[in-house]
Design a binder for this molecule. Structure first.
Ligand code: ASP
Ligand code: MG
Length: 419
């Protein structure tokens, strides 16, 4: 069995969905296909949540209708009826339920609709094209806890559910939603933005798949983001460990949580271009090979928090555990840590949880912060590269080991040469 994952960009229109069908039919025997929401649907659904939270139901409905319209238009272009999607939408809206629920819970109920809609659409198309396909609802299969927006799956229970659903009907292709799951009481959850890769890895782990392939709009894993840099170089093979490092540094090509479920069972992960399925792409596997080109990774939208004790005492272990307790409880995502005798500096993703954490830290410490920063990680750096990358940039913080340099900078200025 193989697992394929298609992201939002690869199924953003009718042409993308036709292309998915071609790829699935080429080697579609005993295939699980994990699918994200179409195009920018997840962002659009986040806007729906925003208007709901502001109590503007009319605007929420208007925004939701617009999302539905793009799906309907695509269905019509593919010559499909829109019945299945309407059914999904109707059920989804019925389950929106609890208006008292907090932001994170409401978010998950609304945003999960994106994957339910996209998979309904793709499934209808495959059936219409005569593909032997099944559709599995992950909100009733991938069972999670109630940490909304970052739900953690119960692997044992989920594996049992998934195997049960797979056994009840054998089809050549099974379509599942990435990114979403559900609680035993029926409330929907999500695994965190860009979480469909993680779903693919979990499914592969639970079913002992032979491999996972992520179909992307890039030729494979590159040594820099092709949207930011010209002359990128393809990395044909890398180890699980190097992949985790890249993903953690902010490489957008794979979600950081993806690697562990695969490494645990030694399942290779291929990253291939959906516009050229015969290309070799990249593979992440159990290899000793080291990446032999410099790799540039940007993690954008960073806030640097600097923490000092109020009484000028040293930052000792006790304050450290207090600081990290606040960070953990407020779900901050740490990208870099640096300490001196009296200060600790922590760079975090600028999420909506940051202000509350700052307020809490300020009760016990003197806290300052800088916003709108980007973290540049360079693996395999040289003195020349470092000099070039620091030129014309305001560097707030720098960390360096033998192979890796990390620069927290004020704004992104791209130097075009990556060699
Ligand atoms: N649709 C979700 C997102 O955009 C999950 C994913 O694409 O992996 O974050
Ligand atoms: Mg996406």
């Amino acid at each position: 069995m193989k697992v394929y994952k298609f992201g939002g960009a690869s199924i953003s229109d009718a042409e993308g969905i036709r292309n998915l069908k071609d790829i699935v039919c080429r080697d579609g025997n005993d295939l699980i296909v994990v699918i994200s929401a179409m195009g920018k649907t997840t962002n659009a659904l986040e806007k729906v949540v925003e208007s709901l939270m502001q109590g503007d139901k009319a605007l929420a409905k208007e925004r939701l209708d617009a999302i539905l319209m793009t799906h309907v238009a695509t269905a019509e272009e593919l010559g499909l009826s829109t019945e299945a999607m309407e059914h999904v939408l109707e059920k989804g809206l019925r389950d929106l339920g609890n208006e008292e629920a907090g932001y994170d819970e409401q978010y998950d109920q609304v945003v999960s609709m994106g994957e339910l809609l996209s998979t309904a659409l793709v499934y209808e198309y495959l059936i219409e094209q005569g593909v032997d396909a099944a559709w599995v609802d992950m909100t009733e299969t991938l069972i999670t806890n109630d940490r909304f927006r970052e739900a953690q799956p119960d692997i044992v229970l989920s594996e049992r559910m998934l195997r049960m659903r797979m056994a009840s009907a054998t089809h050549r292709v099974t379509i599942v939603q990435g990114f979403i799951g559900g609680m035993p009481d029926g409330r929907r959850t999500t695994l965190g933005r860009e979480g469909s890769d993680y779903t693919a890895a979990l499914v592969a782990n639970m079913l002992n798949a032979d491999s996972v392939t992520i179909w992307k709009d890039v030729p494979g894993i590159l040594n820099a983001d092709p949207r930011l840099v010209e002359n990128t170089i393809l990395i044909p093979e890398l180890s699980y460990l190097e992949a985790v490092e890249l993903a953690y540094s902010g490489a957008q090509v794979i979600h950081p949580k993806t690697i562990r479920p695969l490494e645990n069972k030694n399942i290779p992960l291929y990253v291939k271009p959906y516009f050229n399925p015969d290309a070799k792409g990249s593979v992440i596997c159990d290899t000793q090979k080291k990446i032999d080109v410099p790799v540039y990774i940007w993690r954008k939208h960073q806030t640097l928090i600097t923490i000092r004790p109020k009484d000028f005492s040293f930052v000792l272990e006790q304050s450290l555990s207090k600081i990290f307790d606040v960070i953990d409880r407020n779900r901050l995502k740490v990208s870099l840590i640096q300490s001196s005798a009296v200060t600790i500096s922590v760079s975090v993703d600028a999420t909506r949880y940051v202000p509350a954490a700052l307020a809490e830290l300020s009760e016990a410490f003197k806290v300052t912060y800088n916003e709108d920063l980007s973290l540049l990680t360079i693996r395999g750096t040289t003195p020349d590269i470092l000099t070039r990358e620091q030129k014309n940039r305001v560097v707030l913080l720098k960390q360096q080991t033998r192979r890796t340099a990390r620069l927290l900078v004020k704004d992104i200025i791209i130097h075009n040469n990556t060699n």
